[in-house]
Design a protein around this ligand. Sequence first.
Ligand SMILES: Cc1cc2nc3c(=O)[nH]c(=O)nc-3n(C[C@H](O)[C@H](O)[C@H](O)COP(=O)(O)OP(=O)(O)OC[C@H]3O[C@@H](n4cnc5c(N)ncnc54)[C@H](O)[C@@H]3O)c2cc1C
Length: 247
Amino acid sequence: MANNIYHGVVRTRDQITPNMLRFSLESEALSDFPDGFEGGYVKLVFPRPEAKRPAMRSYTVRSFDRGARQVTLEMVTHGDLGPAGRWAERAKLGDSIVFAGPGPCRSADPSADWFLLAGDMTALPAISVQLENLPPNAVGDAVIEVISDEDRRKIIRPDGIEVHWITNPEPARPNSLLADAVMNLPWRSGRVSAWIASEFANARALRQYMRHDRAVDRDSLYVSCYWKIGDTDEGMKAAKGSDSESW
Ligand SMILES: Cc1cc2nc3c(=O)[nH]c(=O)nc-3n(C[C@H](O)[C@H](O)[C@H](O)COP(=O)(O)OP(=O)(O)OC[C@H]3O[C@@H](n4cnc5c(N)ncnc54)[C@H](O)[C@@H]3O)c2cc1C
């Protein structure tokens, strides 16, 4: 991840669906933001007086406007247990926020025969970018878990991509809804490019399914966990590090 530091100001804050807030953050320094990082991420920085280092939380760059020197992020509301969730609920126009980055975007392989994208609401911004950038003749499936039916929204995508919405009003309770939905899809023929990001347990189950049951090779597979039930971001990273299979 690039270590550029941006001192941002909240320019817009919109409740786009019941459980998703969209923020535009402006910073003079964004005039030098590199091209092609939509779908990548920045880390919001939250000072912690009690600790040596600040807490840092990753959020996908949904879009970037160089003229306005603004990045747009979409943040799932999930209460105020963590610094990012707390900030999102309380932030007002004109508030300051420091962020660092950008980190890279792992794109689907455009030469694949078909595409499989799956994720929960935290991955919806990244999946939206991926779908917008697929070749127009792309075919495949996108499985997206949202918190309420009203969180479903129009997504720009090739006609050949079927979107399968799942509603899970309690994403912070252990479940396997996303993994089950993906595993129950008919498997298409040809070479897949799979892109998956979600809560730890579903991401882990899908990583095993793709690698072992479907023999998807590493170059055709991106699986990432974006958060972990009952654990902070730091705890999630520790769990990844001690997992028996590499992420
Ligand atoms: C590369 C990357 C890109 C990401 N992009 C986005 C994005 O665009 N939009 C987005 O909303 N999130 C995104 N995330 C996920 C986000 O970083 C995490 O949800 C993060 O843990 C939130 O930080 P926090 O300070 O609120 O909570 P933490 O301090 O990390 O955790 C506190 C508590 O909140 C719970 N928690 C954390 N996130 C959620 C959640 N989504 N739902 C329910 N409970 C939760 C934890 O289980 C824990 O109990 C991304 C993560 C990564 C790694």
